[in-house]
Design a protein around this ligand. Structure first.
Ligand code: TXA
Ligand code: MG
Length: 346
């Protein structure tokens, strides 16, 4: 039933057997899996951000995940799978819409919310009657989950901080006692798209690289954004109500007429000339203002956003200024950037 997914999975896994230090990586993955199976926590890379893994059936380990992150108990976790056949352990049913999306996008940055089986731990779902499932497109993540069984894996940051896109970010937030495997930055840099399939139409709870248009093209039905679905009701995805992704530096949208304070980190997606007057640009260098110009490459901007936030803090920069994004409607990576930046601004 899942041949297409299996082919993509095999393709991704090939990176592990062909890598120069493949023996070291396998040994590390085995060690990590045995730690997880005995109830420990392990941070591991995915294609989006680093996750803090714990066995999805171990209540005490899941409790430790909430403690380690300082995460509110009503914010449910995503279960990470190494194969779609594992869905049936967690979800009551796999609707046709889910099958279509999985064939198109798994392994990949898409989390699906489905009605949960009664045996799924309440701790994991924050008491909701649904469960979030995802199959990551990263060889280390897939190998680890295959060896350990399904894992809950929230982003491996302290709650409220930017998600980690590099092992150094995990160590900074969670300290030296948490085992971290993997050594490379993440491909996407922003968290997965979260799509709620327990309602019709499906609701986009968290925008990601994979946008509403791509999803609805596969579904053959519209996908509505959470803001339009909310309509005065409580957030469907509890995580979306908390302040998120914030560095200590103040994040704000740049204004053409205002000079940024000295030592600002200034992120520009088009060119400095479009976000500031000539006078301002002329004085920028003398005030140690760091300008990063993405020259229209929003994918690269997304990949680096959280790392830039953390860089500002490490360099003691008080402000991160960001050139306003193109006007809505947004979708895909620009929608995801807009969502994360708006939340970081708070
Ligand atoms: O890319 C990702 O998804 C990363 C990597 C590590 O896989 N994980 C991640 O997990 O971002 P976390 O815990 O930081 O974010 C999970 C989001 C939260 O916004 C949470 O509220 C939502 O998914 N969520 C989880 N279960 C849900 C459910 N049953 N209904 C609605 N939203 C749910
Ligand atoms: Mg998170």
């Amino acid at each position: 039933m899942w041949e297409v997914v299996e082919e993509r999975r095999a393709q991704i896994m090939r990176a592990l057997s062909e890598g120069a230090d493949s023996a070291v990586q396998w040994a590390e993955i085995e060690q990590a899996a045995s730690r997880l199976k005995s109830g420990g926590l392990v941070a591991f890379p995915t294609e989006t951000v680093y996750g803090l893994g714990a066995c999805a059936w171990n209540a005490e380990a899941i409790r430790q995940v909430f403690v380690c992150k300082g995460r509110p108990a009503d914010n449910p976790l995503i279960v990470h799978l190494s194969h779609p056949s594992e869905i049936s352990s967690f979800a009551l049913e796999i609707p046709a819409s889910a099958v279509r999306l999985i064939h198109a996008f798994w392994p990949g940055p898409l989390t699906l919310i489905l009605p949960k089986k009664p045996e799924v731990l309440d701790l994991l779902t924050g008491g909701l009657d649904s469960v979030a499932l995802r199959m990551p497109a990263h060889p280390v993540a897939l190998a680890l989950i295959e060896a350990s069984g399904p894992l809950v894996a929230p982003s491996a940051n302290r709650s409220g901080r930017p998600s980690p896109t590099h092992p150094a970010h995990v160590r900074h937030d969670l300290g030296p006692d948490v085992m971290v495997i993997g050594d490379a930055p993440c491909t996407y840099g922003l968290e997965s798209t979260v799509l709620d399939l327990t309602t019709t139409p499906a609701i986009l709870c968290r925008p990601g690289h994979l946008g509403a248009q791509e999803l609805s093209a596969v579904l053959g039905e519209p996908v509505v954004s959470m803001t339009s679905a909310l309509d005065g009701h409580a957030p469907r995805s509890p995580g979306m109500k908390y302040t998120h992704y914030s560095p200590n530096a103040e994040v704000r949208w740049a204004k053409p007429s205002i000079h940024p304070p000295s030592r600002t980190l200034w992120l520009v997606h088009s060119s400095v000339a479009t976000v500031a007057s000539k006078d301002i640009v002329a004085t920028v260098a003398s005030e140690d203002i760091a300008v990063v110009d993405y020259a229209g490459d929003f994918v690269q901007m997304a990949r680096e956003l959280y790392d830039r936030f953390r860089q500002a803090d490490l360099e003691g920069r008080p402000c991160v200024w960001i050139e306003p994004l193109p006007p809505p409607p947004h979708d895909g990576v620009i929608a995801a950037l807009f969502n994360r930046i708006t939340k970081a601004i708070g």
